[in-house]
Design a binder for this molecule. Structure first.
Ligand code: IPM
Ligand code: MN
Length: 364
């Protein structure tokens, strides 16, 4: 029997409760496909810090090193809880960024996917999103401002200052552009490259490399869009986009805008892919304010599981079935309390009941 080992990092806040639902779905996939997924649960994030003294403990690194893929819940604490932890051990800086760096997961896929069954959640007027939205935002995830050199200090006149640098080497730009062109080739053969070359030199280099990479993809049309204009265009006419590619910080911001387009970050799964290892996580945070209440929607966690099946294990049909099952649950009239239907037509059920309904739809 084929066996894959996966690391399960439940994370903080709503992490454990939405992970539980994703693992129920994985049980069904296992039973049906005959592929076994050996699960190794390991501490990660704020809770891990309080329990073990490290946000990304050595034990967890070993589990992740040995795994074929990593399924990760959201991490993060309330501001108050965060302040009890030294800045460098706070879960974002102490766990998440080191995870990205350790496995060099440079290619972050963030689908902004709004099929007809979900259109009700979008705040956009129906005529702007007729037929739904289907965009893949591809974000460079291990470079740029996030990982550039940082200095803080005091100037000669006694003012505190900070300096953060935006660095890219050409291979880093080339690698993410190749991923984007490949993705575009599998879809509508249209790629929007997002940049700010009217101001940033990093974008000038980005565009030079884009021209070089594009030579290998004569079948893919590429278009330029300046990042600020991209934000406007995404809201006014999201359907003009198919695949979009951008550097780290732009991708952080525009992918949250994507969450706004579909109505919630709770509808935003993601995949973070490196050359040798990939991990999968919801694009949203740990929502400490609703943790433990059983009202968080597991869509983005289950969707991240689907991405794992597809991108790490080539189980595309299973991934499609999972997405269809989740859509079916909404179509049958259910949601969770954190993902309100603006028209009030859907019945809110608990996180666990929503998960059960996904399982039921998947089994049918
Ligand atoms: C994301 C998150 C992270 C980021 C935070 C939690 C460090 O917002 O995955 O988009 O900024 O990359
Ligand atoms: Mn973000």
């Amino acid at each position: 029997m084929k066996t894959h080992t996966i690391a399960i990092l439940e994370g903080d806040g709503i992490g454990p409760e939405i992970m539980r639902e994703a693992l129920k779905v994985l049980d069904v996939i296992e039973a049906r496909s005959g592929v076994r997924f050996e699960r190794r649960v390991a501490p990660f994030g704020g809770r891990a810090y309080f329990e073990t003294g490290a946000a990304f403990p050595e034990e967890t690194k070993a589990v992740c090193d040995a795994a074929d893929a990593i399924l990760k819940g959201p991490i993060g604490l309330s501001l108050e809880e965060s302040r009890k932890i030294p800045v460098e051990e706070q879960p974002e800086r102490g766990a998440l960024l080191p995870l990205r760096q350790r496995y060099h997961t440079f290619a972050n896929f963030r689908p902004v996917y709004l099929p007809p069954e979900l259109v009700r959640f979008s705040p956009l007027r129906p005529e702007r999103i007729e037929g739904g939205i289907d965009i893949v935002m591809i974000r460079e995830l291990v470079g740029g401002l996030y990982f550039g050199e940082k200095t803080t200090g005091t100037t000669a006149t006694g003012e505190r200052f900070v300096k953060e640098t935006l660095e890219y080497e050409e291979s880093e730009i080339r690698n993410i552009l190749v991923v984007a062109f490949e993705e575009a080739r599998k879809r509508k053969r249209l790629l929007h490259s997002v940049h700010k070359s009217n101001v940033l030199l990093s974008s000038v280099l980005w565009n030079d490399i884009l021209d070089e990479v594009a030579v290998d993809y004569p079948d893919v049309e590429h278009r330029h869009v300046i990042v600020d204009a991209a934000a406007t265009a995404l809201v006014l006419n999201p359907r003009q986009f198919d695949v979009m590619v951008m550097e780290n910080m732009f991708g952080d911001i525009l992918s949250d805008l994507g969450g706004g387009l579909v109505g919630s970050l709770g509808l935003m799964p993601s995949a973070c892919i490196g050359a040798k290892k990939a991990y999968y996580e919801p694009s949203h945070g740990s929502a400490p304010d609703i943790a433990g209440k059983g009202i968080a929607n597991p869509y983005s966690m289950i969707g991240s599981l689907a991405l794992m099946l597809e991108k790490s294990f080539g189980m595309n049909a299973e991934a499609d079935r999972i997405r269809a099952a989740m859509c079916a649950v909404f179509a049958r009239g259910y949601t969770t309390a954190d993902l309100r239907d603006p028209a009030g037509k859907l019945e809110p059920v608990s996180t666990a009941v929503f998960g059960d309904k996904v399982v039921e739809a998947l089994r049918a």
